[in-house]
Design a protein around this ligand. Structure first.
Ligand SMILES: Cc1cc2nc3c(=O)[nH]c(=O)nc-3n(C[C@H](O)[C@H](O)[C@H](O)COP(=O)(O)OP(=O)(O)OC[C@H]3O[C@@H](n4cnc5c(N)ncnc54)[C@H](O)[C@@H]3O)c2cc1C
Length: 329
């Protein structure tokens, strides 16, 4: 590997504070720069990299919440901003380096539709193959940005991904400009995309996790739960999923399959119907001090109203912001 940074081999998934220390961005201002893999240091290239990281760190220090579809103050932000989604990751400085590298690994390519399945009256499962494989595999919770036309960019979270492709679950909004194009596409249709993007990512730790989602907010949460259980099957996980009616439920089998693991529990909430086997009401009714005390991390994704309500309730109960990750659309 010589004295150079071998970025292609970095384990970004595990880019934790210890890595940050190794590459010398700690607050004491040390200029030490070491490759976390080789432990070699002090090439001019290393120092340039260290300076770049420190610059990013200061720039992002106060911007932990942002409008997704673009990072604040970057060219990406001006080009793809304004999709109306917010996300937040609260583990501030320890993740600034990760943000920097996540952006560096973003790629532009084409995705070709290989399967289109209608799951419910308005949810479609779309499977795509990439023209060029992922340069860096996404982290569960990230999304792809589709460039459907000039000025028409739409973001969709990965439900699943592998080296050469990914699966999306899209709600077809009849009056929408973007979702009908994707849901009505034919097998073989290709789209310009940018990926992987986003900071609402699964944290690589063994903490007990609670996932709360409504509608297509299930998509990144499903991906996160699946990835987490594959790696840490012994962690306690719960998932609370809210929809309006029984007809709106999708991926019931997929999520039901997780219950083979006794550490996984889930519950569906119907807000506009009362039926046996389901909780009636909003998904946020689960958020009580008694329930919340059993979990260390919270992942929330769905409509802005639900996300805001859930965050407010957690805050009132006294859950620290650093334990709550959220994304709304
Ligand atoms: C990071 C990110 C990840 C996302 N992941 C997914 C995903 O996995 N699956 C998915 O289906 N969507 C996802 N979205 C939402 C998606 O990007 C689009 O906003 C959505 O598909 C609507 O686009 P549209 O062009 O069809 O509608 P637009 O033309 O943007 O809107 C048309 C009308 O529909 C209304 N509308 C917009 N969104 C909704 C909605 N969700 N429900 C009801 N009415 C709505 C608007 O207010 C407007 O009146 C994600 C968004 C972001 C930012």
């Amino acid at each position: 590997m010589g004295n150079k940074w071998d970025e292609t081999n970095w384990d970004f998934y595990g880019c934790k504070r210890s890595y940050c220390l190794k590459i010398g961005i700690q607050s004491n201002g040390s200029k030490a720069a070491k490759c976390p893999l080789s432990n070699q240091s002090k090439t001019p290239e290393d120092y340039r990299m260290t300076r770049a990281i420190r610059f990013r760190k200061h720039r992002y220090q106060r911007k932990t919440c942002h409008t997704a579809g673009g990072n604040p103050g970057t060219s990406q932000g001006s080009k793809f901003g304004g999709v109306g989604k917010k996300s937040c990751i609260n583990q501030k400085s320890s993740h600034n380096t990760r943000r920097f590298f996540l952006k560096k690994t973003m790629q532009k390519t084409k995705a070709t539709l290989t399967r289109n399945t209608r799951l419910t009256h308005n949810i479609y499962e779309l499977v795509y193959t990439l023209e060029s494989p992922f340069l860096q595999m996404p982290i569960a919770g990230q999304y792809a940005m589709f460039q459907l036309a000039k000025g028409l960019n739409r973001a969709y979270s990965f439900a699943d991904f592998h080296q050469n492709g990914f699966t999306l679950l899209i709600e077809r909004i009849p009056e929408g400009k973007g979702s009908p194009i994707l849901c009505d596409a034919n097998i073989g249709d290709s789209f310009d995309i940018m990926l992987p993007l986003g900071h609402f990512v699964l944290q690589d730790n063994t903490k007990s996790k609670c996932f709360i989602g409504t509608g297509t907010g299930l998509v990144p949460l499903y991906c996160q739960i699946k990835n987490h259980l594959q790696k840490y099957a012994n962690t306690k996980i719960c998932f609370h999923f809210g929809v309006r009616t029984e007809d709106d439920i999708f991926y019931r089998d997929r999520i039901g399959a997780f219950t083979k693991n006794p550490n996984f529990k889930w519950q569906i909430y119907l807000s506009r119907e009362q039926k046996p086997d389901y909780e009636h009401g909003y998904v946020t009714k689960w958020i009580t001090k008694e329930n919340v005390d059993n979990f260390e991390e919270f992942y929330i994704c769905g409509s802005p109203e639900m996300v805001s309500d859930a965050r407010k309730k957690l805050q009132e109960i006294g859950v620290e912001k650093s334990r709550v990750l959220w994304e709304q659309y």
